[in-house]
Design a protein around this ligand. Sequence first.
Ligand code: 5RP
Length: 230
Amino acid sequence: MGWREEAKKRASMEAVKHVKDGFTIGLGSGSTVAYAIQEIGKRVQQEELRILGVPTSHQTMMLAVHWGIPTTTLNEHPQLDLAIDGTDQFDRQLNLIKGLGGALTREKIVASATSQFVVVADQTKLAEKLGTDCVVPVEVLPFAFPTATSKMQAIGGKTILRKAKSKVGPVVTDNGNFIVDVSFGEISSPKRLDSKLQAIPGVIETGLFIEMADIVYVGTQTTVERLERE
Ligand code: 5RP
């Protein structure tokens, strides 16, 4: 295992220490949080923890099943005790860009429904300014694709419709929508940009997670750093 995988795993192990008996937990998506899901599964078996998970994607649902974590939905549990998720980029204010895995809408809904939102990442995800070498994924209703993208361009974004790798045509999300990856370069005000994007008709959700993360565990080459939002 290379150092980045070790770093992701170390960060995830710290996050799983927040899991307590009786918790309902939002389970994020991606390769980093997959280590946390595996560890939660181990604790369910070894400590007989009575917990429930709310998966944020089909992939995570299958991982939860694989590791023996009982699942539920927001219908039964609209208020979560904890959510753990990865990120594509974060800044020192703990604002995030998420969605390279395409699960941003469910991830943001789950993050908005929890008492504590804990993020796991390796150190390569830290940026002084969000948007540096990182697109902002935006989930868009297919009907609105032409109009929404031209409005994103009008506010300074370079847009690319995300294409599928093993299928012709666009990526279709778990919600049946498209993902537009938008480059803005360094983002001076992530909050303002998020508001502008949210105001575009047909935008379902953006990958900008502003003032949502409570803690980010950052795996480095040798250790784990804990950053907390002030
Ligand atoms: C998926 C996400 C993921 O959390 C993000 O892409 C990080 O993934 P990874 O841990 O594989 O780098 O936002 O929509």
